[in-house]
Design a protein around this ligand. Structure first.
Ligand SMILES: [Zn+2]
Length: 288
């Protein structure tokens, strides 16, 4: 798949297993190594709804990655835990261009997508024209409330905040048809295809999920307009995911949109920056 650029719009730098806990810098190094291996020019790194030994804060990630042309940071909202996001500080980071989007973790963080308390967050997103990415669908942890992350709830906020752009992460899996309806109905809603498996696909599961994504596209129309490529790395491996998207039988023009253009437009990553990112990637590969 040869598109002009390649953006992975959904990666993390958390540790997911205590046994493999390691310093953030090592995770950063591995991210760049994988991006080089898979031809990824630019990645959106998303911070968590909690900060602990395994989940670095947005401030820590900024100290490792600030204004690197290959990375955009999306700030995870910490809304219900002991230490919560200071919206004033978050707005400063947005204003100064350190972060390019806000991520909500409904279900994990024990609030629903349409919780009225989020109005202040959506007003900030609207004021600065930055997108809000929302975890939707299955929650990786058993202690989370999955109903609160149902993709149909995105319709409520898409209608109430028509000037905010929303990104439904993981296509709302397993509620792909509900997501298709929300995308079809609302022009301010997008979706990323990340995290549809863990690790790599088995042959059967890949076939099953590719079929369901195609069905969704059949209902909602042009995937080039609203779908965004992302993996959920390191929970998902990058290479099998590129192969999976290859199975979706998208046209060349649709692939240009899905693999980078829609995300770049939405999150305002300029083509000049992407050229720099690509040059930096190619320079690193030459060195090795
Ligand atoms: Zn994720």
């Amino acid at each position: 798949m040869a598109t002009r650029f390649l953006i992975d719009a959904h990666v993390h730098l958390n540790n997911y297993h205590e046994a493999t806990r390691r310093p953030t810098q090592e995770n950063v190094d591995e991210l760049f190594a994988k991006m080089d291996e898979c031809g990824v020019d630019h990645a959106f790194v998303i911070t968590s709804y909690r900060v602990d030994l395994d989940r670095p804060s947005v401030e820590e990630l900024l100290s490792h990655l600030s204004k690197n042309p290959r990375i955009s940071i999306i700030e995870g909202l910490r809304w219900r835990g002991d230490e919560r996001t200071d919206l004033f500080c978050m707005e400063e980071r947005i204003r100064d261009g350190w972060i390019r989007g806000i991520k909500l973790y409904p279900g994990y963080d024990k609030y629903a997508i349409n919780d009225p308390s989020l109005e202040s967050v959506f007003r900030i997103a609207e004021k600065h024209s930055i997108p809000v990415v929302i975890h939707t669908g299955d929650t990786y942890s058993k202690g989370s409330k999955v109903r609160q992350a149902h993709p149909l709830l995105v319709d409520d906020i898409a209608v109430d905040y028509p000037n905010v752009k929303f990104v439904v992460a993981h296509l709302g899996n397993p509620w792909l048809q509900d997501t298709a309806e929300v995308l079809y109905k609302n022009d301010n809603v997008y979706a990323d295809v990340s995290g549809l498996t863990l690790g790599e696909f088995t042959l059967d599961f890949e076939r099953y999920i590719a079929h369901r994504v195609k069905e969704m596209v059949m209902y909602m129309g042009d995937p080039g307009k609203q779908l965004i490529y992302g993996t959920d790395w390191p929970l998902v491996k990058m290479k099998p995911y590129l192969k999976f998207v290859g199975e979706l039988a998208l046209s060349e023009a649709q692939l240009e949109n899905v693999m980078w253009k829609t995300a770049a437009t939405l999150f305002r990553v300029g083509e000049e920056e992407l050229e720099q990112a690509k040059a930096a990637r190619l320079a690193r590969i030459e060195k090795t």
